[in-house]
Design a protein around this ligand. Structure first.
Ligand SMILES: [Zn+2]
Ligand SMILES: [Zn+2]
Length: 292
């Protein structure tokens, strides 16, 4: 059995620190493994220090849902249901159906774009000290160091920050536009997809055999984010920021939208995005996504 180059890397990382690691997420493959079944190794962005210590999975309380997380998820979900109910009630009252359905579909498409731009923003400019969204920035940065961790995060823990954002923005809008079925259809579906985008994201890091078959079917159909698409966010050139379906990623990449936004931010505020720095070569972990 010969040792692949990446194994030298991992051994080296161990030797330099003397740390004992859990290797459950870093399987070592011998050359007897057919190359096409071997998951790709991923290089991660934006780390200035090698990330070689992984927290223990079973005891990490930061991944558990608290009652406060669940309360936020319940509030956010109620807000989304309220918007959708307003849309349906308004449609019944005014006897229009096509427009609310189309606006709901537009809301679904829009949510993917919104998560892409937002994700690009927090990945490139935010950190734990950012006002209002610091916790989310911190979570996003941690996700690039330990992508597999999102699969261990409990649902309400994973969604509560977006659920809080949806509650604060959508409740007032619900009060104002409750009798506008088209507006409510668009915003109800869009806010629902944004709120659950972190769940779609978590599923995109999951193992196919452990996911509910309906989730795998939706991923395969491209309705929600698929592992094979999202792996592009964790490998060079680290694009594919969208996390609802990923349908916008090709367009955003082709038209260099993020590059244009980064230049605009740099010219206006003098801020350099993280994507302009060289990714750290020392940091490599195995893809969580199941091999194709
Ligand atoms: Zn990211
Ligand atoms: Zn990810």
């Amino acid at each position: 059995m010969s040792i692949l180059p990446q194994h030298h890397h991992l051994q080296h990382a161990d030797a330099t620190t003397g740390h004992h690691h859990h290797h459950r997420n870093r399987r070592v493959y011998c050359t007897a493994t057919p190359p096409n079944t071997r998951p790709k190794l991923q290089k991660l962005v934006a780390n200035t220090t090698p990330v070689i210590t992984q927290p223990k999975l079973d005891v990490d309380p930061s991944l558990k849902s608290t009652w406060l997380h669940r309360a936020w998820l319940a509030t956010g979900s109620t807000t989304v249901v309220l918007s959708l109910a307003n849309s349906i009630i308004g449609s019944i009252d005014s006897h229009i159906w096509l427009e609310p359905v189309l606006s709901g579909f537009a809301g679904y498409l829009f949510s993917d774009l919104a998560t892409g731009i937002y994700h690009w923003g927090i990945d490139n400019y935010g950190d734990a000290s950012t006002p209002l969204i610091g916790a989310q920035c911190d979570m996003a940065l941690g996700h690039h160091k330990w992508p597999w961790k999102i699969t261990k995060r409990q649902v309400a823990n994973n969604l509560h920050l977006l659920a809080g954002g949806v509650t604060f923005t959508m409740l007032p809008i619900n009060l104002i536009y409750h009798d506008q079925p088209v507006v409510m259809g668009f915003l109800g579906v869009a806010s629902g997809c944004v709120m659950f985008s972190q769940q779609f994201h978590a599923w995109a890091h999951g193992t196919k055999s452990k996911l509910p078959p309906i989730v795998v079917a939706l991923q395969d159909a491209g309705v929600i984010l698929s592992p094979s698409h999202h792996v592009g966010h964790h490998t060079p050139p680290y694009k594919n920021y969208c996390i609802v379906s990923g349908v916008w990623d090709r367009f955003l990449d082709k038209h260099r939208v993020y590059e244009a936004l980064e230049m605009a931010v740099f010219r206006k505020f003098g801020l350099r995005p993280r994507s302009w720095s060289e990714p750290d070569d020392d940091c490599m972990v195995e893809a969580e996504a199941s091999p194709p």
